[in-house]
Design a protein around this ligand. Structure first.
Ligand SMILES: Cc1cc2nc3c(=O)[nH]c(=O)nc-3n(C[C@H](O)[C@H](O)[C@H](O)COP(=O)(O)O)c2cc1C
Length: 210
């Protein structure tokens, strides 16, 4: 079995974290850099990620997440958010980042900029929100896979009240809204979920070769 497969089998949605364990700064840096490197459609990165360590904030967040203990007991909590808006100003900001980081002129990128503007203009507000949300879930996948490779336990979570999370974390002012959470840290030795068989449909059912 390749390493990546054994690591993906090792990972599981951790229900009970060791509340005394804290990730090292180096581990946190790896996770934040991995999530920053996630790909997105056009490269537009319509997202923001909040890493919550503060215990008081986490108590409030736990109350808005059906009292799930991962929220307070994990080492850190990643809150994955989409941008509330995608507009021309954001496209311009991205185009100037490409120009800076690749040593190009804005005029070299005019066609690409036009293509992005056209694609955004063709979407309804609901389609834009759904498109941005899909990009954020790619980042969630990257984060979970990185955790598995780094032997860091994680629990992806959607079981929370997004409106309350947004309010507690002041996300509106940042132009963000929360979509998913990922608690990261170390499994508690008595988390019974660690020993459960992984339930997945068989290859023949979910993979087709044509
Ligand atoms: C988007 C998403 C949301 C989830 N929300 C929760 C949640 O709120 N609470 C929880 O305990 N587990 C949550 N899970 C964990 C899933 O139940 C778990 O990943 C699934 O049962 C597969 O098991 P495994 O991850 O242990 O292999 C979520 C998983 C995903 C991907």
């Amino acid at each position: 079995m390749s390493d990546i497969i054994s690591q993906l089998k090792w990972r599981y949605a951790t229900k009970k974290f060791d509340p005394n364990f804290k990730l090292s700064q180096a581990q946190l840096d790896t996770l934040t850099e991995a999530i920053r490197l996630s790909p997105s459609s056009f490269g537009l990165q319509p997202w923001g990620f909040i890493v919550v360590a503060d215990p008081d904030l986490r108590k409030k967040l736990r109350a808005a997440a059906w009292e799930q203990s991962q929220i307070t007991d994990a080492s850190h909590l990643f809150v994955l958010c989409r941008s509330t808006e995608m507009n021309q100003a954001k496209i311009d900001e991205y185009v100037s980042a490409i120009a800076d980081q690749r040593g190009l002129q804005a005029k070299d990128l005019a066609e690409y900029a036009q293509m992005m503007s056209g694609s955004i203009a063709n979407k309804t507000p609901e389609e834009l929100q759904s498109w941005m949300a899909r990009q954020v879930y790619i980042a969630l996948g990257v984060l979970l896979t990185t955790c598995a490779v780094e032997q860091i336990d994680a629990c992806p979570m959607e079981g929370f009240d997004a409106a309350q999370f947004d309010q507690i974390l002041g996300l509106e002012a940042k132009g963000l809204t929360s979509l998913a959470v990922c608690a990261v840290g170390k499994r508690s030795e008595d988390d019974s979920y660690a020993n459960l068989a992984k339930v997945r449909f068989p290859k023949e059912k979910v993979i087709s070769f044509v």
